[in-house]
Design a protein around this ligand. Structure first.
Ligand code: NAP
Length: 295
């Protein structure tokens, strides 16, 4: 079994990004700038945004956080998005989800200028992705594709089963893996809460991508010998032995499943770090779209 070590790979890609940013500075170009909009005090959102800021700084990308109270109105948040769309200093930005219930998330996402949409959630980016056109890809699916590509996992002709059909993970990754591209060219089965007999389907998977948000849903009896398993799930379990008071685990029962796999991602240290690094890659891409160099 080979561990798809997202932490190690993300470290390598960060060095590549840092070199690219340094070269941009040497050429007299401006430093890419990522912004994050954080609404409210949700601890997980605060952790994600802090990590995005830390990782940006490590590669030389400028980063800013725009913090607003839970009480911000939808109209005010739309104005923040308008401001960031127009601000020439900002190359790309994310609005950290989830938003408070009184704000329509889709409305906010659709207001973001697609070329600054480094989360890749705007319908223009998702539509272009579907058509195989250049676009900013959603960060977690991009991270999964990069992991498969860099570990040279063969995908062409394989049966890939995706558990979960969210707009941010399951659906886009199912489209990317079925595209006529490399990695891609898979035959994809997308499962959700209406799917009958999921274990029967997962046992036929050469590649199994799990993004359900159900702790340890995938057990050893659900996995074919030699399968590639990518676990997107992320759950905090309280653990007194940890300084933070919790540890992370995934949607796959790693200890029981790993022995049957050809490749598997750990949680933590698998898809999570790849998601962050994809956001940095998207920021670089957005900086080239928002500030194209004249030849
Ligand atoms: P989500 O929006 O809650 O979607 C979950 C999907 O799983 C839905 O399509 C749902 O089906 C399906 N599902 C849930 N329970 C099921 C069951 N018992 N049987 C069959 N299908 C079931 O979740 P998400 O945002 O995609 O996130 C999934 C997990 O990934 C979470 O643990 C999240 O924390 C984690 N995540 C991690 C990263 C990372 O960077 N590592 C990034 C994003 C998300 P229906 O559509 O029918 O409801």
């Amino acid at each position: 079994m080979i561990l798809l070590d997202g932490k190690e790979l993300a470290g390598k890609i960060k060095l590549e990004i840092a070199k690219e940013v340094a070269a941009m500075i040497d050429n007299g170009e401006r430093v890419p700038h990522l912004a994050a909009v954080l609404v409210g005090e949700d601890p997980a959102s605060q952790t994600y945004v802090a990590s995005k800021e830390k990782n940006s700084k490590e590669v030389g990308i400028t980063s800013s956080i725009y913090r607003y109270p839970e009480s911000i109105s939808e109209r005010e948040l739309l104005e923040v998005v308008d401001f960031l769309n127009l601000d020439n200093e900002i190359d790309g930005f994310i609005v950290q989800l989830p938003l408070p219930k009184h704000i329509d998330e889709q409305k906010i996402i659709e207001r973001i200028n697609p070329i600054k949409d480094i989360d890749g959630f705007h319908p223009v980016n998702l539509g272009r992705m579907m058509l195989g056109l250049p676009s900013l890809l959603p960060a977690t699916p991009l991270g999964i594709m990069t992991l498969l590509e860099r570990y040279q996992v063969e995908t062409a002709g394989k049966h890939c089963v995706v558990l979960g059909r969210s707009h941010i993970v399951g659906t886009p990754v199912s489209i990317l893996l079925s595209r006529k591209a490399s990695p891609g060219n898979c035959t994809v089965t997308l499962c959700h809460s209406f799917t009958r007999d999921i274990p029967k389907i997962t046992r036929e998977a050469d590649i199994l991508i799990v993004a359900m948000g159900r702790q340890h849903f995938v057990t050893a009896d659900m996995v074919k010998k030699g399968a590639v398993v990518v676990d997107v799930g992320m759950h905090r379990i309280s653990d007194e032995s940890k300084k933070s008071g919790f540890r992370l685990t995934g949607d796959v029962d790693f200890d029981k499943v790993a022995g049957k796999c050809s490749y598997i991602t750990p949680v933590p240290g698998g898809v999570g770090p790849m998601t962050i690094v994809s956001l940095l890659q998207n920021t670089l891409k957005a900086s080239k779209l928002t500030h194209p160099q004249t030849p």
